[in-house]
Design a protein around this ligand. Structure first.
Ligand SMILES: [Zn+2]
Length: 298
């Protein structure tokens, strides 16, 4: 049982999401030191509050930003890194990944009527898609190589889906935009081929947002073309805690208000005793998979 400081709260963890960045650690990739105490997508109920904590009381449901150790019955965390989750099912109160998606969409600044291309229809792609929908886009085109992922995307909002194994995304975007290209393209895969595609489908002076987590080696882009096309390139990766918390605050407000709902994108649930299977599932990505979460109460 962790001890708490005066500014901390003790959370009885209800759920912790399995993050793609942790699957890398689970695979044992080089350059990572072990042991690691993973788990940072925590939701739960406040069990105890520190002497200086006034904004929460025992029994309050919260989503929390923690740096690790979330696959546990209890975590201690600064109260300022917790946000209310009233009325939100705790297995769907995934504040931390939502923070990344909120910040990506806000920094990219999708405008009303923008034609938007989303490359990657995994969990993060779906979150970005849901938030783009709230912005009131024009046409939305979603690309992926998995039909089940594209079917989920079509349920999120009206969009043209492209299975890149069967169709050329560049051709579809050119056709739908009269040869102009997308106003905004989100690359949400973290691999090379979609990054190249992003440069091929974006209009002159349009925005390319890099949301994917580009691990494992360097990437190549046709910088001459990107430069000539005057792309606005947005690095949608956030490290500053203040920025992460701002995104999480916005994401939790949207969840509490019912503006977004994650019930269709949390696809696989496990108990703590099956945490290894939760990771294995996030690694193998079986048909129908978008996100694993681990429940401490199951
Ligand atoms: Zn995460």
């Amino acid at each position: 049982m962790p001890e708490i400081g005066p500014a901390e709260v003790l959370i009885r963890v209800a759920n912790c999401g399995v993050c793609a960045s942790e699957v890398d650690m689970w695979e044992g990739n080089a350059g990572i030191e072990f042991p690691r105490h993973v788990g940072h997508e925590v939701s739960g109920v406040i069990e105890r509050v520190g002497a200086d904590v006034t904004q929460f009381a025992p029994g309050d449901p919260v989503a929390a930003w923690v740096t690790g150790g979330g696959f546990a019955e209890y975590v201690a965390v600064e109260a300022e890194y917790c946000l209310p989750a009233d009325g939100v099912p705790l297995d769907l109160a995934l504040g931390e990944p939502l923070a990344c998606a909120v910040n990506a969409v806000e920094l990219t600044d999708v405008a009303l009527g923008d034609d938007v291309v989303l490359i990657g229809a995994g969990f993060m792609g779906h979150l970005v898609h849901k938030l783009v929908e709230l912005r009131g886009p024009g046409q939305v085109i979603v690309a992926d190589a998995r039909d089940d992922a594209l079917a989920r995307a079509r349920a999120i909002g009206p969009c043209r889906t492209v299975n890149v194994r069967e169709e050329s995304l560049a051709e579809v975007v050119a056709e739908l935009t009269g040869g102009r290209g997308a106003d905004v393209t989100f690359e949400i895969t973290g691999v090379q081929a979609p990054l190249t595609m992003a440069g091929e489908v974006t209009r002159m002076s349009g925005t390319v947002a890099i949301v994917g987590y580009h691990q494992g080696g360097t990437r190549e882009i046709d910088l001459a073309a990107w430069n000539w096309n005057a792309f606005r390139v947005v690095n949608a990766h956030f490290r500053d805690v203040g920025v992460i918390m701002r995104g999480m605050r916005t994401g939790m407000r949207l969840l509490r208000a019912g503006r977004i709902d994650l019930s269709d994108v949390v696809t696989h649930r496990f108990g703590l005793d099956a945490v290894a299977t939760a990771f294995e599932t996030a690694h193998t990505k079986p048909e129908g998979f978008a996100k694993s979460t681990v429940s401490m109460e199951a």
